[in-house]
Every structure is written in C-alpha cells, then in structure tokens.
Write a protein that binds this ligand. Structure first.
Ligand code: GLC
Length: 549
C-alpha cells in the first residue's frame, strides 16, 4: 500500500483474487465456499495483501462458473449464505483487509426472473425490452438477426419458442446462450444496477469489480461488424454515462469505495477514457498481462501504460494472471510467452522450471511498478496451468463453444493445495465426502502452502517477503518511476528513496551497479552479477533531494 497519507488505498494496493469455487472447501462437497474462505483468511493476512476481490458467489446455474447470475443480492447455496458473506467482510475488515465484490452487468443468467418473465410473457412482454429480443431475418425469421461472433466464439443469438409453441424471436448473448445480454438503453436496467451497487456498498464492500465493463452498450441498429465502421458492441461511447452514474454512487459512500473495470481494449487511449476522474478508479492492465517476457516489449507496455494513465490521473494496475488466462508460470516457460484469447492454450511445450524462474522475477517487477498489483490465487504458490484435465471433467463453456478446440479456462481454476501429500491437499476437510471439483495434480504436494512455508527458496516466501517490503517501503505502491541506464535486455528503474528494481531479461549475467544493497532477489545473486531471468530490489544511496521525475 502506498504510504502517502493522502493517497487512497486503491491507488497502491496489493489485491488478491479469490476464485471461491477453488479457494477452500469448508463443507466437504469438493467445491470451495465462504466457510472455506473464512477459515483461510490468515493465509491472506500472512501474505500481506491489502484487499481481496471475490469472483462471483451469487445464485447461478453455473453455466459460466457463476458469471451467469440469477440473483445479484444473494449467495448461491453451494457457497453459503448472505449472512456468511457479511461475516466474511467483517472478518476481513478486522484484519485490515478490504473487500471487492464482482458485479456482472452486461448479462445475467437465463434463470434470472426478468429473463424468465420475458420468455413466459411471449412477444410484447415488457420484460423483453430489458434484453435484446429481435425477430430473425429471412422468410420465417429463421436466420439470426446479425452474424456477430461471441466473446467465447460462436453465434450470439438464440431463437426462442413462443408460449404457444411456435418459433419466436431471437435474443442476444455475447457469451453463452445461458447469458442473455441486458439492454442498457432501458432505465430499469440502469436503476437496478445502481441499486445492486448500493446493496454491496451497504454491506461494507470497499470496491466493485465490473465484469466485461466495455460491452454494456450496443448499437441498437444492429449493424454487422466491419473493419471500417465503429464496432456495434465494443467500447461504445454511451457506456461512459453508466460509469459516471456509478462513480457518483461510489463517491456518496464514506471511506474510498473503488470501481475497477474489466476492460479488454488494445487502444490505450480508449482504455484510459474509462479512468477519467468522474468514471472508474482503476482497470485491469491486460496489455501487461499479455506482454511477452522480453525487455523491450515490457518496457513499451510499462511506458505505454503509465503515459496513458497519467493524463487522467488514474493509477496503473499490474496483472500477471487471473481466472480467464493461462497461468503465467506456464506461459513464461513457452517459446511464445504472450497471451491472447485467439491463441491456442494447451499442448504447447513449456519449460516449467524456466517459467517459474521468470514468474519469480515478474513478481518482483510487478510489485515494484507504480500503482496497484493483483495476485491471482495460486500465483503465490507458483502453480502452473493444469493441462491434463480429462475432457469429461471440463466445465468451461469455451470448450464446447469452440467446437472442442479451445480447452477453456479450467486449467487455471484447479482447487488450491494447502497441505498434505495427496489430494485434496487440505482443500477440503479431512474425510470429505467428495473429491475436489477438478482433479489436483499429484505433484502439487510440493506446492502446498504448508510445504512452502519456511522454505526461503519457495515462491510463497518470495511473495511474502516482497509484499512485506512493499508495505514498509514508502516509495512503493502509488507514485512515480524513473528509468535508469542499463545494459541491453535489462529493465532498471528507481522508485525514489534509493529504491531500485533491476530485471535481467538479456539471457546472460549482468554486473550489478556498485554500491547497491540487495533487499530481495528473485533467485540467488552470483556475487556481483545478476543472473538471467532474475529481478533484484536494491537500496542505493541517493544524494539528498533526489526524487524521480
Ligand atoms: C469476464 C469474466 C469471465 C466470464 C465473462 C462473462 O470476462 O472474467 O470469467 O466468463 O466475463 O461473464
């Protein structure tokens, strides 16, 4: 957290993402839950994080692991109860940890009462206006209204059947058919979500993570996607009105409530528009997440990020992994270390030892950069992507929707290993009735929290040490960065106060600058040499009054 007294927490926090289904199982059904999270809060306390973001925990048919919400003001019984969530928020607060709730405004579940009423009421039902119901094209209306391709691949319209059994209108879903898109032109949709924000702020949530934040507003004339035309549903200007209204709500609560957008946009200027002073507080930096493990590419991503954020006064965020992407230990061990959804996910050779070495360096890099840093559960244990989940156990709709080409995101969602020598590795209580909902690899016995605790070479102890230094170091978190002269392939920067970070991506050892005292290194230094794929934090005596510009 930034030490500057006047800097709100969200500008420099370390934020840990909990994926409830896979964090810890309190009741032994093989699925993570609120009781499990409450029983493991000490892990997050010891890790030293400032805030927890919880992926969705709402009632849901789980067609997209809970990102298909049927009630935004309650908790799915598989996870627990609203009272337990209220206790969890209170217990986190007692430990000085803030909480961020995931709100999914682009779409709901097809089991949501509004959508059910829209279907049951047939053509002309007022609830149909809350979604995108349209007649089909062609004779008999049997062609979908547009040829838009969905975010999971595949078509974006599903035809309904009228209450009398005849073929009816089509409805829009940018994701799976079980996730109908809301019509954000309708005032009732806007009012509903404003009320949902208040519901969670009233329960003490310190922030809201906004799912698919750039997709809400659509061009109602439904044009096809054409390269030379404005996109009909990505990043339409009208979406900013929604977030201005949300910002007014966040600002009306005491104690720095934050809005954090999931905005996937290659155009950094358009991305920064979401972060104007009267809109969102922060947004995930997917540019950095997808960047190659390459000095020039990383430097370009960091500079581009900082220069896009500066004019709007928003803090940058630094993200390496989340529940949607291939875990970075695996990515960084591949020949092509970039991430994009368009690329193949699995079956690509990865040198996991190399990937782990780089992931350790990446941790020190991202925790030293100015702004907030995100840690996806299991990242602190150095977990790799699980690439051998049997097809019949895969649950991600990406798998069937890609025609069984893209195995989807289950491989980064495998339940965490806590202790012990065999599955469920303490994820579920002793004697649990069910196995974890996805199988854990046997070799994770070396990666449990218990096995790594106290091992100075473990990923977990590296994260604990790095976050502890970050908390104590006034220069880290929010603030400025100054690049330092460095050999080719080396990133070197100062955060002020004599704090320097060096990352060697050159492939060969490089000499450390004279006079620096190492505070932490991602792997042992070779006397005064910084090995390849290694990061070091140094304390350097700086002349009084020297500050980054
Ligand atoms: C976001 C979520 C992802 C989900 C999708 C649809 O991208 O992070 O997990 O599948 O939105 O809600």
């Amino acid at each position: 957290m930034s030490r500057a007294d006047d800097s709100p927490w969200w500008r420099g926090a370390v934020i840990y993402q909990v994926y409830p289904r896979s964090f810890a199982d309190g009741d032994g059904d093989g699925i993570g839950d609120i009781a499990g999270i409450r029983s493991r809060l000490d892990h997050l306390c010891t890790l030293g994080v400032d805030a927890i973001w919880f992926s969705p925990w709402y009632p849901s048919p789980m067609a997209d692991a809970g990102y298909d919400v049927s009630d935004y003001r309650d908790i799915d019984p598989v996870f627990g109860t609203l009272a337990e969530v209220e206790a969890l928020i209170a217990e986190a607060h007692e430990r000085g940890i803030r909480t961020i709730v995931d709100v999914v405004p682009n779409h709901c579940s097809d089991a949501h009462p509004w959508f059910q009423a829209a279907l049951a009421g047939g053509p002309g039902a007022p609830e149909r206006d809350l979604f995108w119901f349209r007649p089909g094209r062609g004779p008999g209306g049997d062609q979908r209204p547009t040829d838009w391709i969905g975010e999971f691949g595949g078509e974006t319209w599903t035809r309904t059947t009228n209450p009398d059994g005849t073929p009816g209108d089509w409805y829009l879903h940018l994701f799976a058919p079980q996730q109908p898109d809301f019509n954000w032109d309708h005032p009732r949709v806007r009012a509903e979500f404003e009320d949902i924000l208040r519901f969670w702020f009233d329960r003490g949530a310190d922030g809201i993570r906004i799912d698919s934040a750039g997709l809400l507003v659509k061009d109602g004339t439904l044009p096809e996607v054409r390269p030379d035309q404005p996109h009909p549903f990505h990043d339409l200007d009208g979406v900013h009105d929604v977030y201005r209204a949300w910002r007014r709500i966040a600002d009306s609560y005491p104690g720095d409530r934050a809005l954090i957008g999931e905005v996937w946009l290659p155009d950094r200027q358009r991305f920064a528009n979401y972060l104007r002073p009267d809109e969102l507080h922060a947004a995930f930096n997917f540019d950095f997440l997808g960047c190659a493990w390459d000095a020039a590419a990383l430097r370009e991503s960091i500079d581009g990020t900082l220069s896009a954020h500066a004019p709007v006064g928003a803090p940058a965020t630094w993200v390496l992994s989340n529940h949607d992407v291939t875990r970075h230990v695996t990515r960084y061990g591949r020949e092509d270390t970039t991430f994009s959804f368009a690329k193949k996910r699995e079956g690509i050779f990865s040198d996991l030892e190399l990937g782990t070495t780089r992931a350790r360096a990446a941790a020190l890099l991202s925790l030293a950069l100015p702004g907030a840093a995100y840690v996806y559960q299991g990242e602190e244990l150095g977990l790799p992507e699980v690439e051998d989940i049997p097809p019949e156990l895969r649950t991600d709709p990406m798998w069937p929707r890609s025609g069984y080409v893209d195995p989807g995101r289950d491989g980064c969602r495998v339940p965490l290993p806590w202790s012990g020598d065999e599955p469920p590795f303490g994820f579920s209580p002793d004697g649990a009735a069910s196995a974890p909902w996805l199988p854990q690899p046997a070799h994770w016995k070396d990666r449990t929290v218990r096995a790594q605790t106290g091992d100075p070479h473990s990923m977990l102890e590296l994260y604990r040490a790095a976050i502890a230094i970050r908390r104590a170091e006034p220069a880290l978190g929010d603030g400025e960065l100054t690049w330092l002269p460095a050999p080719d392939g080396v990133l070197a920067f100062s955060r002020g106060g004599g704090f320097h970070c060096l990352v060697n991506l050159s492939g060969a050892p490089v000499p450390l600058p004279a006079g620096g005292e190492p505070l932490l290194a991602s792997r042992p230094l070779d006397d005064d040499l910084l090995p390849p794929d290694t990061a070091v934090w140094l304390r350097v005596a700086e002349p009084a009054g020297t500050a980054p510009v």
